[in-house]
Write a new protein. Structure first.
Length: 383
């Protein structure tokens, strides 16, 4: 995608609602483009989190105003747009209040923990005509955009199957981050983590999920203790007092084109990247969605394929720094999503990762969780 010149105009004035891990990642990315972005106001219920975030701003950056209540930030802050990075169950009110205060909204994924919440936020966007973009950051990763375009051009024929393996360490703990271990507060591990991947399936396959089935459970992470197989995560027992989320799952999905996909999730296999691929009628593509996402393999002509999962044998399509268009910090697409948001706010460019996409990935994740918690029944996706 060729980006228009976006260096015109004054920096977009961002107000940050919550200053935790993800907000810090946003700040590290937007601080690389002071010509486009300025953080003018920050808010968190925890002062230490605001201190830590503020320390990431370069010395020449104007000092943002600080608030302990986001409503004060909306009332008195010099803010054009907000980034909502509160825990998942706390997106709804800040998003709606921000729209009512006339601010554009960048809302973290998962969009919400229920479809009704998604609808309420979409209604607020439509009522106010302001911009709403969802932080499904991988949509802005240049390698994945190149993959999606290559598939859309028909290079692997009809996309028929897709897979994704998320083999990772348990969720981080400390600094109040234990909310992810409680389903009540996170909406569940599959919603929290895999909304990205359900969206990638639909995006790459050019299809909508119709039906899901999943099996999952807890092998490693149990209430108040962790089992031997879990990597050493320090003071786990002390910090994670309650834990009722899944730590592994096997998930199958069917799409309206007849395509199928499969996702494996495991929380006790750190640092294995995120293998992802699509099989088509004429060839396949695969990549590893980790922090060095620099390209993908294109395996044309299925007959000639030397099938090796770990060592793909196709042509490597490199997506160079130049083609990537921008550097990112922590997440591929981490800066690109803000450049796109800027364009939507300032130039009216249509939002790429819309609230409707955020709602759909939420719908799929909730359907998968319903299937797993009911012992593996088939569940229709109702969005
Ligand atoms: N796009 C991605 O890849 C990605 C990655 C990580 C997290 N996230 C999402 O970002 C959001 C935040 O995750 P995180 O990792 O930053 O969590 P975190 O626990 O590190 O930070 C959450 C912050 O919210 C603050 N907070 C809680 N209630 C608040 C309130 N009422 N007003 C103001 N601040 C409040 C907490 O004090 C904390 O500082 C979640 O929705 C998460 O799913 C997205």
């Amino acid at each position: 995608m060729n980006r228009p010149d976006i260096t015109r105009g004054n920096p977009l004035k961002y107000g940050l609602i919550a200053c935790g891990d993800m907000a810090r990642t946003h700040v590290m990315n937007v601080a690389t483009r002071p010509d486009l972005f300025q953080v003018t106001a920050i808010c968190d219920i925890n002062n230490a989190q605001m201190d830590e975030l503020q320390n990431l701003l370069p010395p020449e950056h104007p000092t943002p105003k600080r608030y302990s209540n986001y409503k004060q930030l909306l009332d008195t802050g010099d803010v054009e747009a907000v980034i909502v990075s509160t825990p998942n169950t706390l997106h709804l009110e800040p998003v709606i209040d921000s729209f009512d205060a006339g601010k554009h909204v960048f809302c973290e994924k998962p969009f919400a923990v229920t479809l009704d919440e998604c609808d309420q936020m979409i209604a607020a966007r439509d009522r106010t005509g302001l911009v709403l973009q969802i932080g499904l950051v991988l949509r802005y990763a240049k390698t994945l955009q190149a993959m999606a375009n290559t598939i859309a051009q028909g290079q692997i024929g009809d996309p028929l199957m897709a897979w994704c393996h998320e083999f990772r360490a348990p969720f981080p703990i400390g600094q109040g981050r234990e909310w992810r271990y409680e389903k009540e507060k996170s909406g569940g591990a599959i919603l929290e983590k895999n909304c990205h991947h359900f969206d990638m399936f639909e995006w790459m396959l050019g299809a909508k999920t119709t039906c899901v089935q999943g099996f999952g459970g807890r092998h490693v992470v149990e209430n108040g203790k962790h089992l031997d197989a879990m990597p050493d995560v320090g003071e786990f027992e002390k910090l994670v007092k309650q834990n009722d989320i899944l730590d592994h799952a096997v998930i199958n999905l069917e799409f309206d084109t007849g395509a199928k996909a499969s996702l494996l999730l495991c929380f006790f296999a750190p640092n294995n990247g995120l293998p992802f691929g699509v099989l088509g009628s004429k060839g396949r593509m695969s990549t590893n969605v980790n922090r060095q996402l620099k390209g993908f393999f294109l395996h044309e002509n299925m007959r000639a394929l030397d099938y090796e999962d770990d060592i793909p044998s196709g042509e490597f399509i490199s997506v160079s720094e130049n083609q990537m268009g921008e550097d990112f910090i922590v997440h591929p697409g981490g800066l690109g999503q803000h450049l796109a948001f800027y364009e939507s706010v300032r130039m009216g460019t249509p939002v790429f990762c819309t609230a409707e996409i955020g709602k759909q990935s939420t719908a799929v994740a909730l359907a998968v969780q319903e299937s797993i918690y009911s012992g593996g029944t088939l569940v229709d996706v109702s969005s």
